[in-house]
Design a protein around this ligand. Structure first.
Ligand code: NAP
Length: 288
């Protein structure tokens, strides 16, 4: 069965992508397992992979996520040219008091350099979709976005996205990027609904909205009770509650995309089936 497809800018791809992050940061599986997991997603029909320059372990080799995606695509026998690969620049890994951290560097020169490195690590002449990962409070947002625009105009990337943004930042980015801007990637899930306004704003502007950590994230302490209504609906359909969560997110509009992460084939393959799950109006009303 073909998976649910939707449109991001000039791309037609699966509404459910694969968030690569868990495969190359702290707690990652073996390299073989990671490749196997990406291959399982692709074999199941997934045509959208989300990675980032900063998906590597603090203190480790940079860009291991992008390199893994390149290796997985090169060793896959399917139509790799059909796969939308999205990456992000603007974060790097560091330590604070011995603990791994995610730090930001939104200086234009860093973004320009990292964007070119990302294209090289991915083994692509041009990155399909390049996000500015997170606003850097030390750099005016417009200056960072100008660098993303330059990367597109130089042919390093084909389309732009922005991430971890509010409405004001979306509007500013759109002024600078125009039609080059195709996607907003913000955290959104049953336990992170605070970005609802940006989801609605993206729809009004004709931008895709990509939910990150759509299942609530794999490492955060969760208030599990917030998933109870999803578990109840899942029981009625005989599917995992994760599928119900993803189907609920996708029901928020045709501009909605989700990029669940996974450490193993079983979970991502299960998640990919959420696009086929039809929730009734009554069920959606209960889920909110
Ligand atoms: N733009 C940003 O700033 C930003 C920030 C964070 C994340 N992201 C992106 O968002 C992606 C997803 O976020 P995430 O990885 O933090 O968390 P997530 O997708 O909310 O949750 C992933 C966890 O859910 C589990 N899971 C997935 N599908 C499942 C299923 N069908 N049944 C049971 N369990 C399932 C996985 O289990 P297993 O571990 O057992 O496989 C994994 O532990 C990342 O990979 C990354 O690409 C972007």
């Amino acid at each position: 069965m073909e998976l649910l497809h939707r449109t991001i800018g000039q791309f037609r791809t699966t509404a459910i992508g694969f968030g690569e992050m868990p495969l190359t940061i702290e707690g990652k599986p073996s390299h073989e397992r990671a490749i196997e997991t990406i291959h399982a997603a692709l074999d199941a029909g997934c045509r959208h992979i989300d990675t980032a320059w900063a998906y590597y372990e603090s203190g480790g080799e940079e860009e291991t996520g992008e390199k893994l995606v390149r290796q997985a695509l090169q060793s896959w026998s399917g139509p790799r040219e059909d796969v939308l690969v999205a990456t992000k620049v603007g974060h790097f890994r560091n330590f604070t008091e011995g603990r791994p951290t995610w730090d930001v560097d939104g200086r234009p020169e860093t973004l320009m350099r990292n964007g070119r490195q990302s294209a090289q690590a991915l083994g692509r002449d041009s990155i399909d979709l390049l996000y500015f990962h997170r606003p850097d409070p030390k750099v005016p947002y417009g200056e960072s976005i100008q660098a993303i625009r330059q990367l597109i105009d130089d042919g390093v990337a084909r389309a732009a996205g922005i991430s971890n943004v509010d409405i004001e930042q979306i509007d500013l980015a759109r002024t600078i990027l125009g039609d080059r801007l195709v996607a907003v990637q913000n955290q959104y899930s049953p336990i992170s609904r605070g970005t609802q306004d940006t989801l609605e704003h993206a729809e009004k502007l004709g931008l895709a909205f990509v939910c990150w950590s759509p299942l609530g994230g794999f490492r955060k302490t969760r208030d599990e009770s917030m998933f109870d209504p999803f578990k109840k609906v899942a029981k009625a359909h005989g599917v995992s509650y994760q599928q119900v969560v993803l189907a609920w997110e996708l029901s928020k509009g045709d501009h909605m995309f989700v990029i669940p992460g996974a450490h193993r084939p079983e979970t991502i393959v299960d998640s990919l089936h959420a696009g086929q799950l039809e929730l009734s109006d009554d069920e959606l009303a209960i889920l909110g």
